[in-house]
Design a protein around this ligand. Structure first.
Ligand code: SF4
Length: 460
């Protein structure tokens, strides 16, 4: 397996990695294809057709916003969240779109962006097709893409080779395809899991760049927490969900002495960190996919817990956490999926919990065996977790669910650190169990908003 840490952790915008970041990336890829074939200036119109889960929950997950931004030439890690409303108003008001920022075409949303709720494309539930026409209405270019989770995008052709290993042409120093292989590499080379992943990262970039990249990731996560703690009001989308983080932050700040009486107030802080990130995500703010946007609060909350509450915490510990968590995320991406449209929420918050549990165990000095144990515990108790967002919005149950994932990850790390690493169910076995459970799960529980809370709670 040859995935980079920075493919798994990506800076983007909310609310969804598969439904916002992925479609934006797909739009960017379509623009690039037009450009490569020297077609951009010849385009008279573009139609985008969304299928499956993208159509069913795309409105709530801002897929429309993502496509409009992406076709305008905006990229997930570059667009300023504060500019988004203005760009959308410009397109909707003028009924035109500045394709790739350089060629204006008519764009009437109801006509040019279609939500095909009853159809799916063959290779993944998150399919979309982009069609460019010339001035006479003839097709210049038609391309299908699949958003396969965590902001990863595949073309029709690439999706036909999904069994190929990601980045298979990259030669890393310590290849591994399973947790067992990862553990064996660690034993053979005398390296921790973080050291293995950091050595492998040199296939893409130098040590200094890796450290700078990790620092940038943590800065983005930490800024997201800070911003989320300051913002109040109601989240967009129509459910009128009140933001809770700023109120909780004010309460916790005002009464530091209360923590002396109630030791579990640390959990309030962990909850705060996760709420802050996921409220920012729901509001379309800048977040890091970790490994997805819906689950973007779990890992930052656990890193922030380590940073602020674990004695002796330091920057190296944070880097160890992120690298270890990335190794665990790679195993899920490689051997199962991190797409809720395929796995339900076990593939988002469950995976994030598993990654965070392993990462925290590593930062707290755990052995590779204890890390593997923690990651396994983090998933074992999320198996079967469904995805049923109310109103198709990444708000309920998503925001609160991240607090639960973070707290569970901390407990998983503590359980593992109290043991010697020996345990009954291996990480590989639990990943395969998650995959099988996801395959067996009915579609209504896989990011379609056709089951669970999404149908049992009346929207106001
Ligand atoms: S329920 Fe879970 S998987 Fe579904 S949108 Fe919310 S966070 Fe993502």
């Amino acid at each position: 397996m040859s995935l980079s840490i920075f493919e798994l952790f990506k800076i983007g915008i909310g609310p969804s990695s598969s439904h916002t970041v992925g479609p934006m990336v797909a739009s960017n890829r379509f623009l690039m294809e037009l450009d490569t074939q020297d077609l951009t200036g010849k385009v008279g119109a573009v139609k985008v057709k969304l299928y499956g889960s993208l159509a069913l929950t795309g409105k709530g997950h801002a897929t429309d916003t993502a496509v409009l931004l992406g076709l305008s030439g905006e990229v997930p890690d570059g667009v300023d969240p504060d500019d988004v409303v203005g760009i959308l108003e410009g397109i909707r008001g003028s009924k035109t779109l500045n394709l790739a920022g350089k060629h204006r075409i008519p764009f009437v949303e109801a006509e040019h962006l279609q939500f095909n709720m009853d159809d799916t494309l063959p290779k993944h539930p998150n399919g979309m097709r982009f069609i460019a026409y010339d001035e006479t209405g003839d097709i210049l270019l038609s391309q299908a893409y699949y958003s396969v989770g965590g902001g990863f995008v595949m073309s029709e052709e690439e999706a036909g080779h999904r069994d190929d290993k990601p980045g298979q042409n990259i030669q890393v120093k310590y290849p591994f395809n399973s947790a067992d292989e990862l553990m064996a590499v660690g034993k053979r080379a005398g390296l921790s899991i973080a050291e293995i992943v950091l050595e492998n990262e040199n296939a893409w970039r130098e040590d200094d760049e890796v450290r700078d990249g990790l620092r940038m990731l943590w800065d983005a996560m930490d800024s997201c927490i800070r911003r989320g703690c300051e913002m109040d009001g109601v989240l967009p989308g129509g459910l009128k969900v009140k933001r809770r983080a700023s109120k909780l932050y004010a309460e916790l700040k005002e009464k530091p002495e209360a923590a002396l009486k109630d030791q579990l107030m640390i959990l309030d802080w962990v909850n705060l960190f996760a709420l802050a990130v996921n409220e920012e995500n729901a509001a379309g703010g800048r977040v890091v996919t970790a490994p997805t946007n819906g689950a973007a609060g779990v890992i930052p909350a656990v890193v922030a817990y380590y940073d602020r509450f674990v004695p002796g915490s330091n920057e190296d510990g944070i880097f160890t956490m992120l690298a270890t968590a990335a190794a665990i995320g790679m195993l899920y991406k490689e051997n199962a999926s991190i797409s809720a449209a395929e796995m339900g929420c076990q593939g988002e918050v469950g995976v994030a919990c598993s990654m965070a549990a392993g990462g925290l165990t590593a930062a707290m000095g755990g052995t590779n065996e204890q890390i593997e144990n923690a990651a396994e515990i983090g998933m074992e108790h999320n198996l079967g977790l469904t995805c049923d967002p109310i109103g198709g919005l990444v708000q309920i149950p998503c925001i609160e669910r991240n607090t639960m994932g973070a707290v569970k990850a901390i407990n998983a790390a503590r359980l593992a650190l109290r043991g010697d690493g020996t345990h009954f169910v291996s990480l590989d076995k639990v990943i395969e169990t998650m995959r099988q459970t996801g395959v067996d799960m009915q579609d209504k529980y896989k990011e379609t908003s056709k089951g669970g809370l999404a149908v049992n709670v009346v929207e106001c």
